[in-house]
Every structure is written in structure tokens, then in C-alpha cells.
Design a protein around this ligand. Structure first.
Ligand SMILES: Cc1cc2nc3c(=O)[nH]c(=O)nc-3n(C[C@H](O)[C@H](O)[C@H](O)COP(=O)(O)OP(=O)(O)OC[C@H]3O[C@@H](n4cnc5c(N)ncnc54)[C@H](O)[C@@H]3O)c2cc1C
Length: 300
């Protein structure tokens, strides 16, 4: 146990110390975080940042861990999950929706559909949180969350509270945003009014299509690599004959070649080994450099 952990637990009695991150990522991979804590409102988050600053601890925000490869020696410092107030989805009027960073994207898609609001149906198949979704500019070929964002609430550690930023201060591109090193507390989206029955039907259609084309019941993190301009990674990997390729407990999915599955107690090192093999094969066969979509964090 680290020297500061005792004091930390006095401040946050429900915090977990030396918590295996494999319990908190959809890959089910990852060494221990020094501490993992859920915070429920901005005041608690402010107290956490005061403690972290006093002890010079890094702080990392965690959503559902659905885009994370946590390395085998784990994460130093404090990992934070946003719960309570941060899980609310509110409809302040008109076509606006305000969603806390801890709310789930599929829930957001369903709630908006139920209210006859269109624009986020495609997020029904993205198993992350609003916070992780904003940071990653989550989406599909049907659209990305960034396209409907009006404002984002950011925590300002120096002020000890959140502030809304919008307009020109926000930048979103393919699986990327300028929110990466910020603490996202909520997003305000501007949707469009539609016909509830049509929107719900679309959500169901998208859900059904994904369950046939993606391995949604295995331990994975979705697409491992970003699609290079004009190409589909899954096709390149498939054409290189690498579907089903294995490294330790990690395997290239038989269903979707841009997914790696942890089907036999894989380590992060197994996954990274497989990643390098895929990169090398695609580079030598197609002269294409693959960029990771999954975020790699922690100590090797
Ligand atoms: C089966 C499956 C299918 C998927 N399909 C898609 C898809 O179609 N489209 C797509 O875009 N993605 C897809 N993903 C990937 C993933 O769900 C998205 O990237 C999602 O947005 C990640 O959200 P998260 O809450 O899990 O973030 P995490 O994985 O927990 O974190 C991702 C990054 O965001 C940071 N972060 C998280 N929350 C906050 C916050 N509140 N403030 C600041 N930083 C934060 C983390 O530190 C990390 O750097 C899929 C994943 C799986 C497992």
C-alpha cells in the first residue's frame, strides 16, 4: 500500500486501494491502480484534487474502460469514476439534452429516442460513458457525438469547480477531441425533433445490425486501430490472412478483424505483441501505417 493511501481512505472511505483495473475495463485486462474512487458531485471532486495536489499524485478519469488497455503493472495515482450527479440525463427544454459524464451512451440514445429527439441513435451500440464518448468523439459511420455538441462542462482544478465551454473552444475530429487532458463533467447536446416511433425503430435496427457484425459478448475494447483515410482496417487485416491470429491469451476476432479479444486470460503484453504483429503485417503488405484507437495507459 502506498504511503498516502491511509489518509486517502480517511477522506474517501469507499475508495479501493491496489484495485485491479482488469475489473474495470471491458478487456478485463490491467494491473492495479494505487487507488480507485467514485465521486458523486463537484464538491467531492474538488476535495480529491486538493488531496492529489498536496501529495503530487496523478489523477486519471475512467469511464466504462471500454476504450482502454491498462498495462500490466497498473496505474500510479488515483483513478476516478464519475457517479451520482454525474450520471444524470436532463432535458431542459426544446431539443436540448444535458448529460452527465458518467451517464451511459446507450442510455442517452434510448432516453433521447423516447422523447422524440434524433441525432444520437447510433451511440446505442457504443458501450462507454458520455465523458469517454466526448473525449474520444465516439461514433460510427452514421455520425459522431461531436456533431451535436453545444457545450461541455469542464472541471477546473484551480477553481475547484466546473465551467461550461463551447463554440470555437471545442474541436472534434475522427475519434479525437481537444478534451483529452481535461476533466469532462457533462455535455449539452442540441438534437432535432423527430417522430418517436421512427427514432425508436432506427435504434432497434442499429442495435440488431451491430450484434451481428461485432463481437459484443466477448472481452474487447471495440476497434483497436483507426481506419486510415479511404481504407478499412478490418479488411486489411483480413486480406493479410490474420483473422484468428493468437498471441498468448489474446486473439484477433473471427467476427471483426479490427477487434482483439481477451479469451484466455490475456495480459496487456499479449495484446501489445499482437498489435505489433498486425502493424508490421499491414505495413509490409499494404504500405499503410496503423494508428491505435484504443488508449494505452499505465506502467508496462
Ligand atoms: C464492443 C465495443 C464496441 C465499440 N464500438 C464503438 C463504436 O462503434 N464507436 C466508437 O467510437 N467507439 C466504440 N467502442 C469504444 C468505446 O466504447 C468508446 O471509445 C467510448 O467512447 C469510450 O468511453 P468510456 O467511458 O468507456 O471511456 P474509457 O475507455 O473509460 O476512457 C477513454 C479515454 O477517455 C478518458 N475519459 C473517460 N472519461 C473521462 C472524463 N469524464 N473526463 C476526461 N477524460 C475521460 C479516459 O481517461 C481515457 O483516456 C466500442 C467498445 C466496445 C467494447
Amino acid at each position: 500500500m502506498t504511503a498516502w493511501a491511509e489518509d486517502f481512505r480517511k477522506l474517501f472511505p469507499h475508495a479501493r486501494v491496489d484495485e485491479p483495473m482488469s475489473r474495470h475495463t471491458t478487456f478485463h485486462i490491467g494491473g492495479p491502480a494505487d487507488a480507485l474512487v467514485a465521486v458523486h458531485d463537484e464538491a467531492q471532486l474538488a476535495r480529491l484534487y486538493v488531496f492529489a495536489r498536496r501529495h503530487a499524485l496523478p489523477v486519471m478519469l475512467l469511464g466504462r474502460g471500454s476504450n482502454l488497455l491498462v498495462l500490466d503493472r497498473g496505474i500510479r495515482g488515483v483513478v476516478v469514476r464519475l457517479k451520482g450527479d454525474f450520471e444524470r440525463i436532463e432535458f431542459p427544454g426544446g431539443t436540448l439534452v444535458r448529460a452527465g459524464a458518467g451517464a451511459r451512451l446507450p442510455q442517452l440514445a434510448m432516453d433521447c429516442a423516447e422523447r422524440g429527439l434524433t441525432g444520437v441513435e447510433t451511440l446505442v451500440g457504443v458501450p462507454g460513458t458520455v465523458g469517454g464518448g466526448l473525449v474520444m468523439n465516439a461514433g460510427t459511420r452514421e455520425g459522431e457525438i461531436g456533431a451535436v455538441v453545444r457545450r461541455v462542462r469542464i472541471f477546473e482544478p484551480e477553481l475547484g469547480k466546473g465551467a461550461w465551454i463551447g463554440g470555437g473552444a471545442l474541436r472534434f475530429s475522427y475519434r479525437k477531441s481537444n478534451l483529452e487532458n481535461r476533466v469532462v463533467l457533462a455535455g449539452e447536446l442540441e438534437l432535432k425533433a423527430g417522430v418517436k416511433g421512427d427514432i425508436l425503430a432506427r435504434v432497434r435496427e442499429l442495435q440488431g445490425r451491430r450484434s451481428q457484425t461485432r463481437p459484443i459478448h466477448t472481452f474487447n475494447v471495440g476497434s483497436v486501430f483507426k481506419n486510415p483515410p479511404g481504407r478499412f482496417v478490418a479488411q486489411l487485416i483480413q486480406e493479410a490472412g490474420l483473422k484468428g491470429l493468437r498471441r498468448g491469451g489474446a486473439k484477433v476476432s473471427d467476427l471483426h478483424a479490427n477487434f482483439i479479444e481477451n479469451d484466455q486470460g490475456a495480459t496487456a503484453a499479449d495484446v501489445l505483441g499482437l498489435v505489433e504483429t498486425l502493424r508490421e503485417a499491414v505495413r509490409s503488405r499494404f504500405n499503410v501505417e496503423l494508428e491505435l484507437e484504443v488508449k494505452v495507459v499505465g506502467e508496462a
